[in-house]
Design a protein around this ligand. Structure first.
Ligand SMILES: [Zn+2]
Length: 299
């Protein structure tokens, strides 16, 4: 697992020679967390004020056009170094980490966040990094703070509650769908699980699934979040179809406002709350509502 070792070495070096990352990791070490047992799965709230940049990000076309893209290779901070993957991507340490091992993996050209034709890259990245990592993809209106620049993320395994709950959820709510696909009909957080030893089979199953998921118009992709693992002998892909970008509480006024802008990590069970008072006040029923509002109605 040379790539996995290389990126961990990069993280180790960059945490010593890049002050911004050192500060990000130190801040992550101080975050408060709170466990919540929801009716069907568990969640860990993470009070992470530095994530306000991402959770509060304006992702409309005009705001995006005004800012300098932070994922373009020519705009990276001077101290930031990366490892090339597949001659097309850079693996970079995330200076605003949610997990202690947290990388951003942008493609080297400035092209839109759009998964079509790139799932094979995600499967190859997961396999290349090995079993100590998982990879994720946030759709352009599903948690990605740079919807104008294609990127994946990669984190260390053992971080997301869903990792240890997936077999239980499949037993309890799973229904055979198409070959290699199980529809997991959890009423609050439905998803599809695609598993195969063959990357080509996962890609085929994913393409068929995309044809069935609702989309706003012919141009845009279905709203979704993806989590991907290499399990040593097979690929595992979780597809969360989405209904909405942000829950209603995000747009509420005054005391009712909760800054929740879920992406793949949140849907995997680590819900990031950048605002301290949200972290202190959020109830289990508010979190259940967030999941039912943003996740797909039916799988
Ligand atoms: Zn860019």
């Amino acid at each position: 697992m040379a790539l996995g070792d290389d990126v961990l070495r990069l993280l180790d070096e960059q945490s010593r020679d890049w002050p911004m990352l050192a500060e990000g990791l130190a801040a992550l070490g101080r975050v408060r967390t709170r466990a919540m047992a929801l009716p069907h799965f568990s969640v860990r709230l993470q009070c992470n004020p530095r994530r306000i940049v991402s959770s509060g990000a304006k992702t409309d076309a005009a705001s995006i056009a005004e800012r300098r893209c932070f994922l373009c290779p020519s705009h990276l901070p001077g101290d930031q170094r990366g490892i090339e993957f597949a001659s097309r991507y850079l693996i970079l340490c995330n200076p605003f980490p949610i997990a202690p091992i947290h990388f951003t993996v942008p493609i080297m050209q400035h092209v839109d966040q759009r998964i079509a034709g790139r799932l094979s890259d995600m499967l190859e990245l997961s396999r290349g990094l090995g079993e100590r990592f998982f990879t994720l993809y946030n759709g352009p209106r599903c948690g990605a703070s740079a919807p104008d620049h294609f990127h994946f993320q990669a984190c260390g395994t053992g971080f997301l509650p869903i990792e240890s709950e997936i077999e239980f959820l499949v037993r309890r709510y799973g229904m055979e769908d198409q070959p290699a696909v199980v529809a997991v009909r959890d009423p609050h957080r439905p998803f599809y699980l695609i598993e195969s030893t063959s990357a080509a089979e996962v890609e085929r199953a994913f393409e068929l699934l995309l044809l069935r998921l609702p989309r706003r118009d012919v141009e845009s992709e279905p709203m979704m979040n993806l989590l991907c693992w290499w399990l040593g002998d097979r690929h595992r892909l979780v597809v969360f179809p989405r209904r909405s970008h942000r829950p209603a509480c995000y747009f509420a006024e005054g005391d009712a406002r909760r800054l929740l802008s879920p992406g793949s990590i949140d849907l995997g069970g680590v819900v990031v709350t950048p605002v301290e008072s949200d972290f202190d006040r959020l109830t289990e029923s508010e979190i259940v509502s967030m999941f039912t509002e943003v996740c797909g109605e039916s799988v």
